[in-house]
Design a protein around this ligand. Structure first.
Ligand code: SF4
Ligand code: SF4
Length: 453
């Protein structure tokens, strides 16, 4: 590849020679790709804000209720006992991301990542509106504190703080649900100081990220960005500079690149795409639009910077499928099919029966009794009348009625005594089996031990 200088590799682009922050004043992007991204981002923003309010059979579309170990993902309910199924789902998701990245590069970063969407489509747009484009902002930042500057900075940061608070509250709804959130904000602050302080801290964090830290999340912090080196290959499609067409650059060369550096001025991470694939490139497409404008002015064909693979630029290889992404697809298909199978065939209730810790057995005249703790999780969307019976022995269960009704997605926890006649106890540890019935239909069995003399 024709690179003029390689010193861009010496240090992160947003640090100066002394290691201090070099602020990126990105030019306001515009063009075909930016319009497409803007429309897509509105759908994503709608999804972020609307997901906790969308209901499927009365349940939120997404709920990550960590406190109660209950997760709802697109209407499917997962409990702590479903860790295996959740792990399969996570594994499928990671594999999907890998497959997607191998084939289409950092499409996620440029189009769907919340960091990019909020920074480029919300915070940066407000900044452009209040402080102007890159030159005006640079001038404002380097000017003395006049009334105009104080007004603009106060207005901008005031709006940033309000948006950060709104983001935190939306984020909170993903974890406690919209009803839980309404309950939280309508109850007096003094009843929930810890929640209130967490909300303020998270808001302060968002405000700091989107006001000051900005693109450094992508270039220095995000682990996904760091993985690009091992995921991308020469056939991966990404935002690429066609150096065969562009070089030698500049007025004296005869390549299509005029060396106007407009692609750099518009880049939100401040890099030069002409240096080739760099982990700082979030594939935001801003340089495609900007370079196309220059090509239009110079009367050249658009697409000097475009979505393309290295292989397609060097040798015209345009096939998307190769051995690597075929292999990933196969593994993904197997794991995802297994996930769907385990999800569809999982029991509708999850029962745990354990002997109460620290208690042995009680000796009665004709029977021996053990104390058990029982926990039943209803994974269905229906209320379930349940009944517990001992099916392995001729025993007797004593619980406050041994009939129970569990609300949809509810949990039942209790303690009961199991009596087994002495003549049925053959050793000091006997395996017993319980049956859980609903409307006289056996729906689950559970084995545990019964201790005796
Ligand atoms: S915008 Fe296009 S023509 Fe201008 S420097 Fe970048 S690649 Fe070259
Ligand atoms: S190089 Fe182009 S696609 Fe990559 S981050 Fe910069 S402007 Fe966006």
């Amino acid at each position: 590849m024709a690179n003029h200088k390689l010193d861009f590799r010496d240090k992160p682009i947003n640090l100066n020679e002394r290691g201090g922050r070099k602020w990126v004043y990105a030019k306001k992007p515009s063009g075909k790709w930016f319009t497409r991204r803007t429309i897509f981002s509105y759908f994503m923003l709608l999804f972020f804000a609307g997901a906790p309010f969308i209901r499927i059979k009365g349940n939120p579309l997404i709920l990550l209720d960590v406190a109660n170990q209950k997760f709802i993902i697109f209407g499917a309910i997962f409990w702590a006992q479903d860790t295996f199924i959740l792990a399969l789902l996570m594994l499928s998701f990671v594999l999907f991301i890998v497959l997607f990245t191998v084939t289409f590069g950092r499409l996620w970063c440029g189009w769907a990542c919340p960091q990019t969407i909020f920074l480029e489509m919300v915070f940066r747009k407000i900044e452009y509106l209040i402080e102007g484009d890159y030159r005006a902002r640079h001038k404002l930042d380097n000017s003395p504190w006049t009334t105009n500057k104080i007004f603009k900075k106060t207005l901008k940061h005031g709006i940033f703080i309000l948006i950060s608070i709104a983001m935190t509250n939306t984020f909170l709804m993903w974890f406690i649900g919209s009803d839980g959130w309404v309950e939280l904000i309508t109850s007096p602050v003094q009843e929930n100081w810890s929640g209130f302080i967490v909300m303020l801290l998270v808001s302060a964090f968002f405000y700091w990220v989107y006001s000051f830290f900005r693109e450094q999340i992508c270039t220095m912090v995000c682990p996904y960005g760091r993985m690009q080196g091992v995921l991308l290959d020469s056939k991966t499609i990404m935002v690429t500079y066609d150096y065969r067409r562009g070089e030698p650059r500049g007025a004296s060369g005869n390549g299509d690149c005029t060396d106007c550096k407009q692609c750099i001025s518009v880049c939100p991470t401040g890099i030069d795409i002409r240096n080739g694939t760099q982990l700082e490139c979030i594939n935001c497409t801003a340089c495609i639009d900007q370079c196309n404008k220059i090509m239009h002015v110079t009367g050249k064909a658009p697409g000097l910077i475009r979505y393309a693979s290295e292989a397609s630029i060097t040798g015209g290889h345009t096939k998307i499928w190769n051995a690597r992404n075929r292999a990933y697809s196969m593994v993904l298909l197997i794991i995802f099919s297994f996930f769907v199978y385990t999800l569809v065939t999982r029991p509708v209730i999850e029962t745990t029966i354990l002997r109460t810790p620290g208690l042995l057995y009680q000796d009665h005249e004709k029977a021996i009794s053990n104390v058990y703790n029982i926990k039943i999780v209803n994974k269905t969307h229906n209320e379930m009348p349940l009944e517990i019976k001992l099916i392995s022995h001729n025993g007797n269960i004593r619980m406050a009625g041994n009939k129970m009704t569990i609300k949809d997605q509810g949990m039942f926890e209790s303690t009961f005594l199991l009596f087994i006649p002495k003549d049925e106890i053959k050793s000091d540890k006997t395996e017993v089996e319980f049956g859980i019935y609903s409307n006289n239909e056996l729906i689950e069995t559970y084995k545990t031990t019964f201790v005796g003399p």
